[in-house]
Design a protein around this ligand. Structure first.
Ligand code: ATP
Length: 363
């Protein structure tokens, strides 16, 4: 079984704690992305899974087996880094064949496996090219092929696409997902790029400052962020968060947003959760989940910027602490200086305790 269990995993470098008590269970055959900003501890976690670093405390189990003291070479993991690790004096074919050859696989089998992996990664026409003549994009593809050909039960990839160009990255996202589907490996994928995590992963472990913030499917972390960090970090742009105070009204519980006025009544389930706490809250809603409500109830705000991104247009409203972004089709007729009334969809509203940052959930 290629499950991975991280149990109370801690990593300190001197006085600095890079990873604080991480608990994570990765299922057999699961594609888990470790996602977070630079310095949050993703690579440190990955290096410990690989066996390149030892934990300060806590355990790593592969299946039932404790990996303490097991060197990298004996863990049965394939590892691909940000910087491709390939032999530039060899051809693509020789690079791909290197691992199986070292393991003493029969020649015919090596040939078969090289052909199959080359086909999958679109390297067939390049098999006899010397690696030093290839672009960074192709070299990273060869590096992935070199690890994948070993058919490791656990495949670890640390920002493998951060040095390749944008168009190629989009192609590789699809290919990596297909590769994993085919081999059914347990895959751990480190990235700071939420698009990569969202498009490829079965589940995402969102990290910040050495702390695991939330683990969930891409839609779970998008729809129901556990806290304000995840709400802001996931989504492009992230969730709008406006600080306010809960207030009773004759229509139900609303949030008083100060100069922005009061919100429409909160859905009953959220209202009950908000009533159970005291103090300020963040009223949250996704920029994609608002409508223009001319004349109706909503947040009336000046347009401060119009950002066209092709099929969609991001409208920036207000500024400072009360800034809001709203995403519309590109034919939205709003210009800087106009006032827009935006209404978040009731079912899309999320409320967070401003003191703890935690989501207030029903029940
Ligand atoms: P990035 O994407 O920038 O690599 P990351 O999330 O992978 O970020 P890590 O590389 O795991 O982050 O680093 C987490 C923290 O631990 C950082 O503050 C880093 O400076 C620190 N760190 C990592 N390795 C060491 C080390 N060998 N000695 C001291 N500090 C370290």
């Amino acid at each position: 079984m290629s499950t991975i269990h991280l149990q109370n995993l801690v990593k300190k470098f001197g006085d600095f704690t890079a990873l604080k008590t991480m608990d994570l269970a990765i299922a057999d055959g699961e594609f888990m992305a470790l996602l977070g900003p630079s310095g949050c501890g993703k690579s440190t976690t990955m290096n410990m899974i690989a066996g390149m670093e030892g934990p300060t405390s806590g355990k790593i189990l592969f299946g039932e087996r404790d990996m303490a003291g097991v060197p990298m070479g004996r863990r049965g993991v394939g590892f691909v880094f940000q910087n491709y690790a390939i032999f530039t004096h060899m051809s693509v074919r020789q690079n791909l064949a290197y691992g199986p050859k070292m393991r003493g696989a029969p020649k015919a089998e090596i040939g078969r496996r090289v052909d199959a992996i080359a086909e999958m990664l679109q390297l067939t026409p390049l098999l006899d090219r010397k690696a030093d003549r290839l672009s960074v994009n192709i070299l990273q593809r060869v590096a992935i092929g070199r690890s994948a050909i070993m058919e490791p039960a656990i495949f670890l990839l640390d920002e493998p696409l951060s040095n390749v160009d944008a168009a190629f990255r989009a192609v590789m996202r699809t290919e990596l997902k297909q590769l994993q589907r085919q081999f059914r490996q347990t895959m751990v994928y480190v990235t700071h790029d939420q698009l990569e995590a969202m498009t490829m992963a079965d589940r995402i472990a969102v990290m910040d400052h050495g702390v695991l913030q939330q683990v969930g499917t891409p839609l779970e972390v998008y729809n129901n962020p556990a806290n304000v960090f995840v709400a802001r970090f996931i989504g492009a742009p992230g969730m709008n968060l406006l600080k306010g105070r809960p207030a009773e009204s004759d229509r139900g519980l609303v949030i008083d947003l100060g100069p922005l006025g009061v919100t429409p009544p909160l859905p009953v389930e959220i209202a009950d959760a908000v009533r159970r706490m005291r103090g300020e809250v963040f009223y949250g809603f996704r920029p994609e989940q608002v409508t223009l409500a001319e004349g109706g109830p909503g947040l009336s705000m000046p347009v401060s910027f119009v950002e066209r991104i092709g099929a969609r247009t991001i409208i920036h409203l207000g500024d400072g602490e009360t800034a809001v972004k709203a995403v519309f089709d590109n034919d939205v007729g709003l210009a800087i200086g106009q006032t827009a009334v935006v209404a978040p969809a009731a079912e899309a509203v999320r409320v967070f305790d401003a003191a703890s940052g935690l989501a207030l959930r029903a029940g």
